[in-house]
Design a protein around this ligand. Structure first.
Ligand code: ZN
Ligand code: ZN
Length: 137
C-alpha cells in the first residue's frame, strides 16, 4: 500500500514538473518570437488603409483634403514590424498634421487616442488593450 502511494505522489510531482517545464518553454518561445520575428506579429489590411486614405477630412484639424494619410496610433515598430491595421489603431491625418505629429508637436499621441475613442465609441484604455490582444495572437 505504501509503495502505491509513493508511485501516486511521484506521478503527481512528475505531472506538475512537466507542466512547469512546458510553461517556461512556451514563454521563452513567445519571447523569441517577439524579439527575433516581429514581422510575425503584424496585421496588414490594405483595404482598411485605403479606406482611411479616402477620408475627406483630416480627423484632427478637420480641413478637407484630397487624400488623407493613415497614421498608426500605437506605433508601427521598427520597419513596420509590429504594424496593426485596425480601426482602433488608425487615424486619417492631413500631410501637415501627420508631419507635425511625427515631429513631436500636436496632435500628440493622447490627442489621436481621443479621436479614435470618440469615433469608435470606446475608452482609450480599451483601445490599447485590444491592440495588445491582437499583437499577442
Ligand atoms: Zn490636419
Ligand atoms: Zn504616422
Amino acid at each position: 500500500m505504501d509503495a502505491c502511494w509513493a508511485w501516486f505522489a511521484l506521478a503527481v510531482v512528475g505531472l506538475i514538473a512537466l507542466f512547469l517545464i512546458e510553461e517556461v518553454y512556451r514563454r521563452a518561445e513567445m519571447k523569441w518570437f517577439a524579439t527575433k520575428e516581429p514581422w510575425a506579429l503584424k496585421l496588414i489590411d490594405r483595404e482598411m488603409m485605403e479606406e482611411f486614405r479616402r477620408k475627406e477630412r483630416c480627423e484632427w484639424c478637420k480641413r478637407p483634403v484630397a487624400r488623407c494619410e493613415p497614421h498608426h496610433v500605437l506605433g508601427r515598430g521598427i520597419g513596420g514590424g509590429r504594424r496593426i491595421d485596425h480601426p482602433f489603431n488608425l487615424v486619417a491625418l492631413c500631410l501637415e498634421c501627420h508631419r507635425s505629429h511625427h515631429d513631436g508637436n500636436p496632435p500628440l499621441k493622447c490627442d489621436l487616442l481621443a479621436i479614435v475613442a470618440a469615433r469608435e465609441g470606446v475608452l482609450q484604455d480599451e483601445i490599447e488593450e485590444e491592440i495588445n490582444r491582437i499583437r499577442r495572437l
